[in-house]
Design a protein around this ligand. Structure first.
Ligand SMILES: [Zn+2]
Length: 250
């Protein structure tokens, strides 16, 4: 009898420590937990909790679709750190960004305004967390995908539906990048939003013309020679084919 009480006590301790173990991440308190993610944030208040709830709802609304699309067998919950002080956030990340996936820590870190009550603002920041989750998924499948920025960013921009939203507002493609620009590490720094837009269009073209399985094969084998093997064409021919299709459709 004493033994079973003892066992029960041990089990209770294990259970409690498992519960307590997720209450903080580093020095950040847990402020929201969903089926597939835990959200941590400093300086919790009611407005911020509402903003995080909106991010969490967007995350859950897209979670199954994204995990299925990329065929990821994920078991661990996604960790998200949410900051509402933009200057502090950018200082911590070390660059001018509002969101990032830190592969070495497997943590999504995002800035969000304390209030997400304006519809346009809400869309921008809920889209952003979905975008960062796509990076988290594809970089977990293959960390090398981060080395080919147009693939990494194009897949995130396309899969988060940011591309489709932008296409509703524009149909002219006047500054299509060259293949050299796309391959250049500076392209995203120099062109900003345009770089995301055109990279997303390439991914849309791959999915529409070659299918989701082909995109998945590319994610798992992103090197140029593998890309050419999967696509059964050279990168130059593929680029010309994509560009021709884009010009034809505007
Ligand atoms: Zn991105």
């Amino acid at each position: 009898m004493r033994c079973s009480f003892f066992l029960l006590g041990i089990m209770l301790l294990i259970f409690l420590s498992a519960c307590m173990g997720h209450k903080t991440d580093g020095d950040l308190p847990l402020i929201k937990e969903t089926d597939h993610a835990r959200f941590y944030s400093p300086d919790v208040n009611a407005d911020k909790e509402k903003a995080v709830t909106k991010l969490a709802e967007a995350f859950e609304a897209h979670y199954i679709r994204i995990v299925k699309l990329f065929q990821l067998d994920s078991t661990d919950k996604t960790i998200v750190h949410v900051y509402t002080n933009k200057a502090d956030f950018q200082k911590m990340i070390g660059r001018n960004t509002e969101g990032t996936y830190v592969a070495s820590e497997n943590i999504i870190k995002v800035y969000t305004p304390e209030s997400l009550n304006t519809p346009g603002v809400e869309d921008a920041f809920t889209d952003q967390i979905v975008h960062e989750f796509v990076h988290a998924v594809i970089q977990q499948i293959n960390p090398d995908i981060g080395k080919t920025k147009w693939l990494d960013e194009g897949i995130a921009y396309y899969t988060s539906n940011q591309l489709q939203k932008e296409l509703q507002a524009r149909s002219l493609f006047l500054d299509i990048p060259t293949l050299e620009q796309l391959a250049s590490p500076d392209y995203f720094n120099l062109e900003g939003g345009e770089a995301y837009f055109y990279s997303g269009l390439i991914i849309q073209y791959i999915v529409d013309k070659y299918g989701e399985d082909t995109l998945n094969e590319i994610i798992r084998n992103p090197e140029q020679n593998q890309f050419e093997r999967i696509m059964q064409t050279t990168i130059d021919k593929f680029y010309e084919e994509w560009k021709g299709d884009l010009q034809k459709n505007q």
